[in-house]
Ligand binder design. Sequence first.
Ligand code: MF3
Ligand code: CO
Length: 270
Amino acid sequence: MIIKSEEEISQMRASALLVSKTLAMVASELQPSITTMTLDKRIHQFICDHQAIPSFLNYHGYPYSSCISLNDVVVHGFPNDQPLKEGDVIAIDVGVILNEWHGDHAYTFCLGKPAAAIANLIRVTKESLYKGLEKAIAGNRVGDISYAIQEHTEKKHGYGVVRELVGHGLGKNLHEDPQVPNYGKRGAGPKLKEGLVLAIEPMINLGKKEVYTDKDGWTVRTKDAKVSVHFEHDVCVRKDKAEILSDYFPIEEAERLNQHLFPSAPVQFF
Ligand code: MF3
Ligand code: CO
């Protein structure tokens, strides 16, 4: 576990906020008929225009600058030339390297009015992210975060919590220790220390928890073909209250301005 200094944390805040700004830009561009390939190109350009590097591009051979995961795709969806359509559930995950420090976070949108079941899944997954990250306090353990997410999503709402993919430490590397599962036991796992930065990222399925990877080697889908939702924040462990380095406010603001497309949005927590 690599603990960051205050100076390093402020640099990581800038990286996380650049991802937030990128996701806000995307939120303002979402509309039926735009393709996810076009969105990926805009994301790439936006990141480069801000003196940063799209960190997903070429990461273990990943071929794009963003992951755009529609409907039954859980994560790591490839952008493609299919136009978006009303009712699509669109999880967008973006990573940057700015001044050597990684930002990595994600948000799920629904284009048009979602069915009640989908709106609830989006709301509860987002809530679970906040319930988890509230436990990112020095002296707690990783399992406290995991447990909070699993309780809210699986126990309370009966959703499927993906087991194969987890959150992670973040820093000069996209993936650092510790792993942060979205399921687990209170009081278990590594102890959290002030200055540890985590990417906490619940991946929650409307139906069962089982997933599989497509022939492309990346695209993770639900086995039952039901919708999956993904939210991710970059969070610094603090003594009294977790510090969220990324920011959903500009994204939610863009959703609001694009509101004819997002009639159910946004659910705001801070
Ligand atoms: N948030 C994802 C993760 O932490 C994004 C990685 S996508 C990849 O694994 F393309 F970079 F692999
Ligand atoms: Co991540």
